[in-house]
Design a protein around this ligand. Structure first.
Ligand code: NI
Length: 310
């Protein structure tokens, strides 16, 4: 079957299913199919810019992506009509309602990451089309959370499609500027900090994502709120501590700097990276080594850890 015919099949099926629920585009009177067609359009354009992109598969997934989550469609129905791979993709794109709400997105992203990059692309496209003016009934917290969730999605799926990752990044910037509040300092947890004379490098966790920054500590003291532009001028957001740590070590010799703080929950992980670093011959005589040993292996109640309590 040709792409255009597959498209027709999928959009007719999905439209009928969402109509059964009388589902509208949130905050409007428009039928839900507008959302589906927008996601499919993102996929068609991105597919034309991406090597080895299976557009036929991705377009079906795009049009069907909300059928399991929002309608009475069963997985079996999708398998029969569109094949197992499409059904598996739609299942991964669906949140599991039995899980606590706070875990649903991370769980779905984990399942998406096990599948082909076209499925990653559909999730990126979904959030690109959804990052518009928030519906009037949303409060500020919900608006902020939606932005933060978009950063989480980008961190997890950025490698899935360059084109769409770039577009989502732009949309997050726009949305942040127009609707969301800056990420407040209280949402940042410093996991690792090391410094030299001029300032420091921090690896931080913000909700469900990680990044490292080279902000000067002194400046941060004066500016408690970090905007997304600052965030962007830091590193990209990463999906896990390990991914952020690998990115950090590729850019900076963090263990060659003076240690300032290590979060107790991440001490074991940092030790593993430190050991690996010390195993390299050219890192044997680092001047900060004694301080790192003290920080990582010393008594956790000594004052070397007081910074992280702040
Ligand atoms: Ni959607």
């Amino acid at each position: 079957m040709q792409l255009q015919d597959l498209y027709q099949e999928a959009i007719k099926f999905a439209t009928a299913k969402h109509l059964e629920q009388d589902q509208k585009l949130p905050g409007t009177n428009l039928p839900y199919v507008v959302h589906l067609s927008n996601v499919a359009m993102e996929i068609l354009v991105a597919g034309s810019h991406t090597d080895k992109f299976d557009t036929r598969f991705a377009v079906q997934v795009a049009l069907l992506h909300d059928t399991l989550e929002d309608t009475a469609t069963t997985r079996k129905e999708l398998v029969t009509r569109f094949g197992k791979e499409v059904a598996d993709a739609v299942a991964a794109l669906s949140k599991k309602p039995k899980l606590p709400k706070a875990e649903q997105m991370a769980d779905s992203l984990k399942r998406i990451r096990r599948l082909r990059s076209e499925v990653w692309a559909v999730k990126l496209a979904d959030r690109i089309t959804n990052l518009q003016a928030p519906p009037p009934h949303w409060d500020q917290q919900k608006i902020n959370d939606y932005r933060d969730e978009a950063i989480q999605i980008l961190a997890a799926l950025r490698e899935g499609n360059d084109d769409l990752a770039g577009r989502l990044e732009d949309k997050i910037m726009e949305y942040s500027k127009m609707f969301a509040e800056p990420i407040s300092k209280k949402d940042r947890t410093c996991l690792l900090e090391a410094g030299g004379e001029g300032g420091s490098i921090q690896l931080v966790q913000i909700k469900d994502y990680f990044l490292f920054s080279t902000d000067e500590t002194m400046l941060l003291e004066f500016d408690p709120d970090l905007t997304l532009e600052d965030l962007k001028s830091e590193s990209d957001a990463y999906n896990s501590f390990d991914e952020a740590m690998v990115g950090l070590l590729a850019r900076y010799r963090i263990f060659g700097l003076y240690p300032i703080a290590v979060h107790p929950d991440f001490r074991e992980k940092v030790i593993a990276y430190y050991r690996e670093y010390c195993a390299h011959e050219e890192h044997q005589d680092q001047w900060a080594r004694e301080d790192w040993d003290q920080m990582l292996y010393g008594d956790p109640d000594t004052d070397t850890h007081k910074r992280i309590e702040m």
